[in-house]
Design a protein around this ligand. Structure first.
Ligand SMILES: [Zn+2]
Length: 146
């Protein structure tokens, strides 16, 4: 579905940023901020089926006959996904990236202060939904294709 970006271009892809209160901060298209659209094309709003080479052009090479062949990197990633289920992959990621050292006294105090000054008043005034909203990353971005 076509959409007209704030820059005036008509496009099928856009990236929309909202603040914590759900207020629109900015909208960009591939024309005005190409860096937001460098990844593979996987936008379901295009209502198209993309081939592997279209969606992940860096993971395929063309052979002498012009036929696309998956690179070794893609094949090994795919084999790994077949060999391990999503739970095992999530556990591996957690093992590799988890924090193992305890919080410092400064971090504990900062967290306690945030709970008392930010979360407790929100909980009293607006309930758990407001607390969940406050715990979202400050510049959470929602990619939306219109
Ligand atoms: Zn634009």
């Amino acid at each position: 579905m076509a959409w007209t970006c704030g820059c005036g271009r008509e496009t099928s892809r856009g990236c929309t940023t909202y603040d914590l209160k759900g207020v629109l901060v900015k909208e960009v298209c591939p024309g005005c901020d190409p860096s937001k659209f460098e990844g593979p094309i996987t936008d379901p709003s295009d209502n198209k089926i993309y081939t592997g080479p279209q969606a992940m052009p860096t993971l395929y090479k063309q052979d002498a006959n012009g036929v696309y062949q998956a690179k070794d990197e893609l094949i090994s990633d795919t084999v790994e996904k077949w060999d391990k289920g999503p739970t095992e992959r999530a556990k591996d990621l957690k093992r590799a990236t988890r924090r193992t050292e305890p919080l410092t006294a400064e971090e504990l105090e900062k967290t306690r202060k945030w709970g008392v000054e930010v979360l407790a008043p929100l909980l009293r005034a607006h309930g758990m939904g407001a607390v969940v909203g406050a715990m979202q990353p400050k510049d959470a971005e929602v990619a939306s294709g219109r």
